[in-house]
Design a protein around this ligand. Sequence first.
Ligand code: F6R
Length: 255
Amino acid sequence: MKVLIFDTAEAAAQRCAAHLLDRVRENPCAVLGLATGGTMLPVYDRVATTYLAERVSFSQVTTFNLDEYVGLASKHVCSYHSYMRVALFDRIDIDLGKTHIPKGDAVDLAAEARAYEQQITASGGIDLQLLGIGQNGHIGFNEPTSSLASRTRVIVLTEETRHANRIYFTKHADTPRRAITMGIGTILAAKACLVLGTGEGKSDAIAAMIEGPLSARCPASALQMHPAVTVIVDRAAAAGLKLGDDYQRVHPNGA
Ligand code: F6R
């Protein structure tokens, strides 16, 4: 893994946005895997402002989001469909017909999951998968003990994850109990992965992902098996790394 450590969360998010934009400049038809969550908001903000300033066109880009809550219609204000529209899609020239997010309100969720995998395959596969990380080490909504070979499916969220996402809902009881998520096998099939982790709350998960044993206890540790992973962290999220000094020697100031 290539581990880049930045002084601040803002600098880390900027670097993450720059990485994503560079892939689109290199390949205007890129297939991007996208993530949601608080960590990604400054990234998408930076992407949108760069789009305006430099007109990096997304018109031919295809996207696949990692996940969606089960039971929420696309139009629900807390759905990841709404999140993506507000945070990014409505701010750039992307063709909404080329964006994909699992339908959390599909009548047949198993069929929706199978169709999602087929759509990814038909697109030629994901060129770059953007990932946040949960405090429990989840990527997508692959909670601890998810199979490291799992594909898109419905998963029951842990109470820890429900509590972390509670801030987006009026009350805990409204926080969804299930999600439809790309599997770890789906994520590992991407040609490259870009993980962003910021804040002290992520430090244990980041350390387990990079330096811990390969284990379903920390689903993100499966990324150790992937040949092209870049991890971008701020100092707070890097605090648990035993070999942090080494990573900084190899890539001083995120270079
Ligand atoms: C979101 C996703 C999750 C989040 C993770 C971190 O699509 O798949 O894995 O990336 O829960 O969320 P935040 O950034 O809110 O801490």
